[in-house]
Design a protein around this ligand. Structure first.
Ligand code: ADP
Ligand code: MG
Length: 493
């Protein structure tokens, strides 16, 4: 493409009841490429009226449409077909994802592969949902039946746009629910693209509806809607708290995956080279825009100085660049808002601790929301950069004395999403695993995530679990059935 020639700015519509339609207001808002700061698409600015239309389509599809009588086998096949479509179009989806959220193309390719894997996993699980026979002490048969929870509202963040959508759509559809999905306003494009294939793979109209819009005007009406039975949310802790309050009036089922300030703990006996890599990967992957980012790096005192030096040296060599270049290891942050937020934490950090690397905006880019990977050390765990989720490539390195000290600092946070511990001592590793208050604990690694294993947090990192066999449970109700086998009156009166 010659310099100065712009790609076409596409205007999308809303996907409701199997059709592409205009939003009620007709208004749209721009979607950006954070590397160029240019508008790459316009999407509908949905409001409560659009939410009402999407929810009534989802409710009708749940109650009266063909989906209600679709067998688990067929639902499984639908998910496999969707996974296949995603694999066939993986290159284009990865490119769109990378352009829209700024992540390196190589990472976006991993994401899209995971998206397909997630649909395949829950496609297989659709036929493994089983109930129970309860051993009640009577001449009766007591059953527990598993049934879909109904209409699921799904609110998605911008860091892993299509992957977070898949984590929610796949188990919901396997369970037999219908969905209204709202992507993040910054990154709605890949979800809108897959909507093109939903009818082809066999989803009846209304089973999946996709509305774009902002949190307060499109997300909140979805949370408050009386016909939405469940909300699944991934996003900030602040919004998670609002959602719990807003869901209370209609007693909605809610699952939340919120932020974290996850500790990545390095004992002096850890494999040093692997440890340095693990510390950097833990906090800088996806520009640090990761809910489970190992943003507190706890290092035992005997290796502390050497560790900070080695991290610093490697960090200076991280290749920042345009998301679509294959050598790029770190792209721009997702938005101007996020850029400013992270820049402000870089400034806060300079007042609270010592700076080892980064701390600003890389000089080589005229445009784009790039920030330097940043390392602060001698950070006190009470500092703001150690307590508040930054959601960018900013590491806080904290020294510790011994095992007891490490666990105490690690758990001293309102969050509890993830933690990691690095040591060659199996006893120490397992003691730490037991003591850490987090929903995911890695030993000698940080970040690998599998659709087969549960994901979610302790404490203020949320509740409920996505992925794994338990992920589908969050979309199921339990119906207890009692069948009296006595052909006689109770005889009480
Ligand atoms: P960030 O602060 O990084 O923008 P958010 O938690 O605000 O993260 O966004 C995550 C998702 O939650 C987005 O889809 C956003 O539109 C949505 N959202 C934001 N505010 C609300 C709200 N009050 N009610 C429902 N959804 C919301
Ligand atoms: Mg927001």
């Amino acid at each position: 493409m010659p310099a100065g020639v712009k790609t076409e700015v596409r205007t999308y519509q809303t996907y409701i009841n199997g059709e592409w339609i205009e939003s009620e207001s007709g208004k749209t808002f721009p979607v950006y490429d954070p590397a160029t700061e240019e508008v790459i698409a316009q999407v509908p600015d949905s409001n409560a009226d659009d939410v009402n239309r999407a929810v009534s389509a989802a409710k009708a599809a749940f109650e009266d449409g063909p989906w209600a009588s679709t067998t688990a086998q067929e639902r499984g096949r639908v998910l496999f077909r969707l996974a296949e479509k995603i694999r066939q179009n993986a290159a284009q989806l990865a490119e769109l994802e990378a352009r829209n959220c700024g992540k390196p193309i190589v990472e976006a390719e991993f994401d899209i592969n995971d998206v397909a894997t997630c649909f395949e996993y829950y496609g297989g699980l659709a036929t493994k949902v089983v109930g129970y026979v309860n051993p009640v002490p009577d001449n009766a048969m007591s059953l527990s039946l598993k049934e879909p929870v109904g209409v699921a509202g799904q609110i998605i963040p911008w860091n892993y746009p299509l992957m977070m959508a898949a984590w929610k759509l796949a188990p919901a559809l396997a369970a037999g629910c219908t969905c209204v999905l709202k992507p993040a306003e910054q990154t709605p494009l890949t979800a809108l693209e897959i909507a093109n294939w939903l009818a082809d793979v066999g989803l009846p109209p209304g089973v999946v509806n996709i509305i774009t819009g902002f949190g307060e005007t499109a997300g909140a009406p979805l949370v408050q809607h009386p016909d939405v039975n469940k909300i699944a949310f991934t996003g900030s802790a602040a919004v998670g708290k609002i959602i719990v309050k807003q869901a209370a009036d209609t007693v909605k089922r809610v699952t939340l995956e919120l932020g974290g300030k996850s500790p990545n703990i390095f004992f002096a006996d850890a494999d040093f080279e692997a440890a340095i890599d693990g510390a950097l990967f833990g906090v800088f992957i996806n520009q640090g825009e990761v809910c489970s980012a190992g943003s507190r790096i706890l290092v035992q005192k005997p290796i502390y100085k050497k560790f900070v030096d080695a991290m610093t040296e490697k960090t200076k060599k991280i290749t920042l660049g345009p998301p679509l270049e294959r050598e790029t290891k770190m792209g721009p942050l997702v938005s101007k808002e996020q850029y400013e937020r992270v820049r402000s934490y870089q400034d806060i950090g300079k007042k609270e601790a010592k700076l080892a690397a980064g701390g600003g905006r890389p000089a080589k880019f005229a445009k784009g929301y790039y920030v330097e990977p940043t390392i602060f050390y001698d950070v006190d765990n009470s500092a703001r950069i150690a307590r508040e989720e930054i959601f960018g490539p900013v590491a806080a390195v904290i020294p510790f004395e011994d095992e007891k000290d490490a666990v105490k600092i690690a758990n001293d946070t309102p969050y509890g999403l993830a933690a990691a511990v690095w040591t060659r001592d199996i006893f120490k590793a397992f003691r730490a695993v037991k003591a850490l208050r987090a929903g995911i604990v890695w030993v000698n690694h940080m970040q690998p995530t599998y659709v087969e294993a549960p994901w979610g947090g302790y404490k203020q990192s949320g509740f409920g679990r996505e992925l794994g066999p338990g992920g589908i449970e969050e979309y199921l109700e339990t119906k207890q059935v009692h069948i009296n086998l006595n052909e006689a009156p109770i005889g009480w009166y």
